[in-house]
Design a protein around this ligand. Structure first.
Ligand code: ADP
Ligand code: MG
Length: 687
């Protein structure tokens, strides 16, 4: 076995488990050793049975006195009962639905058992604990044990076994940091760090491992950022001249007055794209701050220069909405606008529904004669040929954009300008790290006369009251969004959670109202039908996954219900909230949470007090750590960050300085780092 060996070569790992491993991104030995635990349970101190305390986690060593399987009569569950004894006493141990335990263990065996102690009618017991025979190696119990991110189908035990086996290849791992960095920063070796992160000997060693691996993550990110910047400067972009008169005429026609920030952002972009260096700018503006129009104005200037502008957005719904807005916006101008959501449904200038089966050639013909192309990522996937792209705009996608630019312009020797737009406020410290030298424009002001949305945290005991209020609103003609969280990993598209909420609402709560649902697994035509009925105010309540999060605009919807609000970051919740409050009526956002814990309530109550997205993102960083920051994690750029704390400014500064050092010396001199960076940059995803 070596680092590239696939995991199915490990003894005992068959195709079924291998498939599950692949689902969580584990293909090779190397993947497994870099799959870090997300927390630990401390079973490093053995306890006597008579020392056990309710609700505490503990590890005990004892002999099996009794062992039985039985079925619970009511729930038809399989129950394995054990009585375990040591010198100090005896305790009952129970496992549910693991009957095979009886075949693994026998009366008289000496075992370790680790778990949380629970008090029941029969005294203290351990429910579903980890166990291990004492004569075997003890990766599962008598130590600080790692808990890995998993799906419900892979047990911790299986994961631990696989990682333990994979670690036998650890000696092949090359040290990637130059020795002077390791020395100056007092870091431990990579091999030791990896070993300790999985199976720490003690907390001190675990801390050293975390320190080392965090350093690697941020350092490589800093290097990547420098690498990309360097590549960018070497490229050459079309110079887009500022057509002052025409732009002014266009702006005059807009039915409202642009905010000062919108003007400033527009001006910054127009200035950037007049240069030969490709623009790489992020336009940050809170939900509803009016980013779209800024991008349209800039696109117009590009088109006036006889270049194509492209606008890509993440969902078909949002893309279609942009297209309709663009057609309206440019109705008095001679501009060809193309909607491209997938290759057999092109819409040219909003007039003609093109034939179902276009050949590649026909598609390219349409693309080439379009000035403004609005599409989803299928624009990239379909390998479309463009005429000459001047500007690429990516909406609501917090992507770095380098890869997209490469993909879209593979065949051309000029590199277009790049504008990403996001409502995801990125805390300054984070922006500096992640986006390194990226330029940022901000729209802080909101258009005048926006009403404040009333946000309430609803205790479970007040649920009924909230439903009454909602019913009244609906009677007054308003409509409701219900957002459901993903309940578990395997329900990736949210089908399960949406269906169960839908059934609850339509059967039990509002049986006489028309309620519909929307989730990722539905066909596009079906979705459109449902949205149509919602937009016609026939459907009163729309239950959905977070797909409605971005962009879409239904001014008559005044209530946003968020179920399981504690599962979302504040910035995400703020996005959902931004779906209401778009019309003339007072709007409301109700946060329902499964957890009534003080901490989670406190966090959610921040939302009731502020509607400043930038502030909320800072809170997210403080409360939940950077890992939860909306959007950032999905951006391929952050794939390499698993344990580092992105709010650790000290570390970020240090790494930036070292990255600078590497690039001054020349990346070529550090082949190991170069390899890693190239790997990371090829990993920046599109979708
Ligand atoms: P976001 O920044 O969230 O993408 P949009 O661009 O979708 O926001 O704008 C939200 C709404 O506000 C749109 O209906 C848009 O026409 C309107 N809008 C944009 N700028 C202004 C403005 N300066 N004054 C009034 N309304 C505006
Ligand atoms: Mg938008």
């Amino acid at each position: 076995m070596n680092l590239d060996t696939t995991l199915d070569k490990i003894y005992g790992i068959g195709p079924t488990i291998y498939k599950k491993l692949q689902k969580i991104g584990l293909n090779t030995i190397s993947d497994a050793i870099f799959y870090y635990p997300f927390r630990y349970e401390d079973f490093s101190h053995l306890k006597q049975i008579n020392e056990l305390v309710n609700e505490e986690s503990a590890t005990i060593k004892g002999k099996i006195i009794l062992l039985n399987n039985k079925r619970s009569p009511r729930k038809k569950m399989n129950i394995t009962e054990m009585l375990l004894g040591d010198d100090s006493g005896q305790i009952q141990i129970i496992w549910f639905n693991q009957p095979y335990i009886k075949n693994i263990l026998q009366i008289g065996d000496e075992i370790f058992v680790s778990g949380v102690v629970k008090k029941s009618l029969l005294g203290l017991s351990l429910i579903n604990p980890n166990y291990e025979k004492t004569n075997r190696d003890t990766s599962h119990t008598a130590r600080i044990i790692p808990i890995y991110p998993s799906t419900e189908h892979l047990s911790q035990k299986q994961l631990r076994y696989i990682i333990k086996q994979s670690l036998s290849c650890i000696n092949e791992l090359h040290e990637r940091l130059p020795s002077q960095i390791i020395k100056k920063e007092n870091l431990i070796e990579i091999k030791e760090a990896i070993k300790q992160i999985h199976f720490p000997d003690n907390y001190k060693k675990l801390d050293l491992a975390k320190k080392r691996l965090s350093f690697d993550e941020i350092f490589l990110l800093s290097c990547l950022s420098k690498f990309i910047k360097k590549q960018n400067i070497e490229l050459s972009a079309p110079q887009i001249n500022f057509k002052e008169k025409q732009i002014k005429d266009l702006v005059k026609k807009i039915p409202f007055k642009l905010t000062e920030d919108q003007r400033k952002a527009t001006w910054q972009i127009l200035k950037d794209i007049s240069h030969k260096i490709p623009m790489n700018r992020l336009l940050e503006g809170d939900v509803g701050s009016g980013k779209t129009i800024v991008s349209f104005i800039c696109a117009y200037n590009v088109i006036l220069n006889k270049y194509q502008a492209i606008l890509m957005s993440p969902t078909q719904i949002l893309t279609k909405q942009h297209f309709e807005n663009a057609v309206k916006f440019f109705k008095d101008y001679d501009i060809n606008i193309l909607l491209f959501t997938n290759s057999d449904r092109l819409l040219f200038n909003g007039k003609k529904q093109l034939a179902q089966k276009l050949t590649k050639k026909e598609i390219n013909k349409f693309v080439k004669k379009s000035d403004f192309i609005i599409g989803t990522h299928s624009l990239i996937q379909q390998n479309v040929e463009f005429k000459n792209i001047g500007l690429i705009i990516i909406d609501e996608q917090h992507r770095f954009g380098v890869k997209q630019r490469q993909e879209l312009t593979k065949k051309s020797d000029i590199s277009p300008h790049f504008l990403s737009m996001t409502a995801t406020p990125i805390p300054r410290s984070l922006a500096l790290t992640i986006y390194g030298d990226l330029d940022i424009s901000k729209i802080l002001q909101k258009p005048a006369n926006r009403k404040k949305i009333i946000t309430k945290f609803v205790y479970s005991r007040n649920r009924t009251k909230a439903y009454e209020f909602i019913y009244n609103q609906i009677q007054n003609g308003r409509q409701v969004f219900v957002v459901c969280p993903l309940i578990n990993e395997s329900d990736k598209l949210g089908v399960k959670s949406v269906m169960s909420e839908y059934e609850k609402l339509s059967n039990d709560i509002f049986p006489n109202l028309k309620i519909e649902y929307l989730h990722g697994k539905m066909k596009e035509t079906e979705k459109q039908k449902i949205l149509k009925s919602f937009s016609d105010n026939e459907t009163k309540i729309l239950v959905s996954t977070s797909v409605i999060e971005v962009g879409i605009d239904f001014p008559n919807v005044t209530i946003m219900i968020i179920e399981g609000a504690d599962r979302f970051g504040l910035a995400s919740l703020h996005q959902f909230r931004g779906r209401v409050g778009r019309g003339e009526h007072q709007s409301f956002c109700f946060l329902f949470s499964e957890s009534n814990s003080e901490k989670s309530r406190k966090r959610l109550e921040i939302l009731t007090k502020t509607d400043n997205g930038f502030e909320l993102a800072e809170y997210d960083l403080k409360f939940r750590g950077s890992g939860d920051l909306y959007g950032i994690k999905q951006s391929g750029f952050m794939n390499g960050v698993k344990i580092a704390d992105l709010s650790d400014l000290e570390l970020i500064k240090k790494c930036n300085i070292w990255a600078q050092y590497i690039f001054e010396k020349g990346l070529e001199k550090f082949p190991q780092i170069k390899k890693e960076i190239e790997l990371l940059s090829s990993d920046i995803h599109l979708e």
